[in-house]
Design a protein around this ligand. Structure first.
Ligand SMILES: *Cc1c(COP(=O)(O)O)cnc(C)c1O
Length: 474
């Protein structure tokens, strides 16, 4: 496919302003010597160009997107409409509190809703993504011990954790200690006790964990940690499994982040923008990134007055548009947030049961909103998980998350979400069963997939680090 620059005809573009507009007031040193070299194409060709690009992209509106851990649920379009309202979209971030009452009220009420949903005492909306929430949360934990005058250098991380967890802890200057899982796919309590000492600041946990399994011993773990003077960090990326049923407050956690773009319906294929608010228990309230939004009974205002605040972690107040979408989604769903979790869990268990004969299921237990298969059976015929993923693309299905979590060999991590119908799930099952069948009878076909995608097999590391936007196999 040609770039827009290659499509430029040299004529037909839009003139931004008349050439005789007086620009004498601009200092000469700021003016370009040569024209900017913008592509010149007609409006129609611009439309065709972007339509062609978007057709090459995959999105939830195009097909099933069971990308484990990422919660690719349907994002209701009314959220877009609301986030685009002029008063929200065009409000200047430097406008004073008195001129921003509507936006501040929305943020305040979102904080209140997230407090309720997480069981936490206070919330800051600033962090711009899940990983950024983790970093901010670990900064809070670090400062908490500094203020207490305790030096604690270690953070415990279960071996099923998302890679961002150890990265965030290390970024904060902690040393990470892995905790192995037991044969039920849960934190091994004895192993945890073995590494718990007075140098441990915190444990970072995901519940349900990245195997989609609920940590049954979470209360015992929180007890152990607190008795040791350590804190518990909750990675809330898997919140879609538990909304309204339980919350990290009830489980004894001290700090939580949510991925609003996952659980609370903002489109996030392609990487952003997102929002990763953090919530904290009462003893950490004064450490939150400032400002938080407060209400004095009359006015909403930006509150910078937090005694031990770790400071701002983001320019202005986070990705405001994502906050609008999340608030709209929460209001629209109301008590049905609970139903969403029910359906997400039901859908995942349905798929798991339908697929476990054809694919290896290393942890054969009831799952929460996602589950992890292994491609080991297919590997015997030379077909790897990567091949299976590529083959799904030929069936208009986005590949699941693969090779994660690391503790499952040839991992295939499937998260259907609540938005899919039984019919869609059955279609997916059929495709997966066909692939398993072909892995045995016609492996060549799977090994050479994808057959229908615009590009076939690429070196994924180079594709991410040195993207070649003109790459064309034909
Ligand atoms: C997605 C995810 C994260 C990171 O969130 P981002 O918003 O992508 O930074 C962390 N932990 C888990 C379990 C996740 O699924």
């Amino acid at each position: 496919m040609k770039t827009i620059f290659e499509k430029s005809t040299g004529t037909g573009g839009m003139l931004l302003c008349d050439e005789d507009v007086n620009i004498d007031f601009i200092d000469k040193k700021f003016l370009r010597e040569n024209p900017a070299g913008l592509p010149q194409v007609s409006e129609l060709e611009v439309m065709r160009h972007y339509k062609e690009l978007s057709d090459r992209n995959f999105c939830i509106e195009k097909g099933f997107y069971p990308l484990g851990s990422c919660t690719m649920k349907y994002n209701p379009k009314v959220n877009e409409l609301l986030a685009g309202l002029e008063g929200f979209a065009n409000l200047h971030p430097l406008a004073g509190d008195e001129n921003s009452q509507g936006a501040l009220e929305l943020m305040y009420k979102l904080q209140e809703a997230l407090k309720e949903i997480t069981g936490m005492a206070a919330v800051s909306l600033q962090p711009a993504a899940g990983a950024h929430g983790e970093l901010s949360g670990m900064m809070v934990i670090k400062k908490y011990f500094e203020v207490k005058g305790e030096l604690r250098r270690k953070v415990l991380i279960p071996d099923s954790a998302h890679g961002t967890n150890p990265a965030s802890a290390v970024e904060c200057g902690f040393e990470t200690i892995p905790v192995p899982s037991n044969n039920k796919g849960q934190v091994d309590i004895e192993a945890l006790k073995g590494v718990l000492d007075k140098d441990v600041a915190a444990i970072m946990m995901t519940n349900p964990n990245t195997l989609g399994i609920y940590e049954e011993n979470v209360l015992e773990i929180s007890d152990l940690m607190h008795k040791n003077g350590s804190l518990l960090y909750y990675d809330g990326a898997n919140f879609n499994a538990i909304m309204g049923y339980t919350n990290p407050g009830l489980m004894g956690f001290d700090v939580v982040h949510l991925n609003l773009h996952k659980t609370f319906a903002t489109p996030h294929g392609g990487g952003g923008p997102g929002a990763g608010p953090i919530g904290v228990a009462p003893h950490l309230e004064e450490f939150l990134p400032a400002p938080v939004i407060s209400f004095d009974g009359q006015k909403y205002y930006r509150n910078y007055d937090l005694k031990y605040s770790v400071g701002p972690v983001k320019a202005f107040y986070g990705n405001f548009g994502v906050l609008v979408r999340a608030y709209a989604y929460i209001l629209m769903m109301g008590k049905n947030l609970k139903t969403a979790s029910e359906d997400a869990v039901l859908n995942a268990n349905y798929l798991k049961e339908k697929l476990k004969k054809a694919y290896l299921l290393p942890y054969d237990v009831p799952c929460m909103h996602e589950f992890v298969l292994s491609g080991d059976k297919q590997k015997e015929f030379g077909v790897s998980t990567l091949n299976i993923a590529k083959s799904l693309m030929d069936n208009n299905i986005h590949p699941p998350t693969v090779y994660f979590p690391l503790i499952v060999h040839e991992a295939i991590m499937i998260e259907p979400t609540e938005s899919e119908s039984r019919q869609r799930l059955d279609e997916f099952v059929q495709v997966m069963l066909n692939i398993a069948q072909e892995a045995r009878t016609n492996p060549e076909k799977i090994l050479s997939a994808p057959h229908t995608a615009p590009v076939k097999r690429i070196d994924e590391t180079s594709a991410a680090r040195r993207p070649d936007l003109k790459y064309n196999e034909e």
